[in-house]
Design a protein around this ligand. Structure first.
Ligand code: TRP
Length: 307
């Protein structure tokens, strides 16, 4: 079924509209696998993801492994982080038999979409992106990589390859949604004036716009100020109490300290879904199928289909 863009007059209470007709929507969202998910993710988008999935909306979640290397030379334990990310999503209620979970690096056609999309944006526009600016500022004096500058376009490819018309994101990602819409519009105008290739997506913003971490800055794993989803109720309570009374104290969660819990969770996931590797393999296969089709459509629209 072809998913249509959400009509402008319909944007006010998107969730109510989705509830009334879930089959009209397709959702993509994602996270970079830099560490365990925290409460900022939960209120920002995770709660929405689960709700949309449970309503029967076709759902995709990208584990954005290429985005990890936008601002660091050493990516750390990516397979470990991908694994943690899967576990956290399952714990929150994501069901891999209903939601396609995939990694950037396993879907070549998605990445190739970056090339035509890059041709439609100017360097000046990329330099103006507020999120790129903020993230660069957060990494200190480090020189901005080409991938950092262009990652909003990569993110547009994530959204556009599967024809998502709804993107649950935190407030800080809104500028990326705007770029995505602009690129989709430009591509359609130039290459598909009579048969649009890309659907223009709408953001679905979480209840808490940007959650602050235990030091009062935006909650993020890399700032070490996050309250992780897998913390127990007691740990969460302690972190919150400490955050109120001592804004300077650094909070770091030590997964090595709780191996039993991690192990139990993994056993449960294995039993329920047949193993984490299988979940990703199935998700990546499905994402590749969809991405190949979209790339073919793009090639045809650009008059670059030679076979
Ligand atoms: N940039 C997002 C983040 O840091 C992760 C992400 C990658 C994403 N691709 C996406 C979010 C596509 C929404 C849609 O959280």
């Amino acid at each position: 079924m072809t998913v249509q863009p959400v009509a402008a007059r319909d944007r006010t209470d998107l969730m109510a509209l989705v509830e009334a007709a879930p089959h009209r929507y397709r959702v993509l969202t994602g996270d970079r696998p830099t560490g365990p998910l925290h409460l900022g993710h939960f209120f920002g988008t995770l709660a929405h993801r689960v709700r949309l999935q449970d309503l029967g909306v076709e759902s995709y979640i990208v584990i954005a492994d290429y985005q990890v290397v936008t601002d660091r030379d050493v990516a750390g334990d990516i397979p470990g982080h991908v694994r943690e990310m899967l576990l956290d999503q399952f714990a929150a209620g994501i069901d891999p038999s209903r939601t396609t979970l995939f990694t950037h690096s396993a879907v070549p056609a998605l990445n190739q979409l970056l090339l035509p999309l890059l041709s439609l944006v100017s360097v000046a526009e990329l330099l103006r992106n507020p999120t790129v600016k903020a993230e660069t500022a957060a990494t200190g004096d480090r020189a901005m990589s080409g991938l950092m500058l262009t990652y909003p376009v990569h993110q547009a490819a994530d959204i556009l390859f599967c024809g998502a018309n709804l993107v649950p994101v935190g407030q800080d990602q809104l500028a990326h949604l705007e770029i995505t819409r602009t690129l989709a519009r430009r591509f359609n105008d130039r290459y598909g004036p009579t048969a649009p290739v890309f659907v223009l997506p709408e953001p679905l913003v979480g209840r808490v716009p940007t959650l602050l971490g235990t030091d009062g800055r935006k909650m993020s794993t890399s700032r070490g100020n996050a309250i992780e989803l897998r913390a127990t109720a007691d740990e969460t309570r302690t972190l919150i109490r400490r955050a109120r009374t001592d804004g300077d104290r650094r909070i770091a969660y030590d997964p090595v300290g709780r191996p039993e819990v991690a192990n139990l969770l993994e056993l449960a996931i294995d039993a329920a879904f047949g193993g984490l590797d299988d979940v990703l393999a199935r998700g990546n296969d499905h994402a590749n199928l969809i991405a190949d089709q979209k790339l073919e459509q793009v090639r045809r629209a650009m008059n670059m289909a030679y076979t």
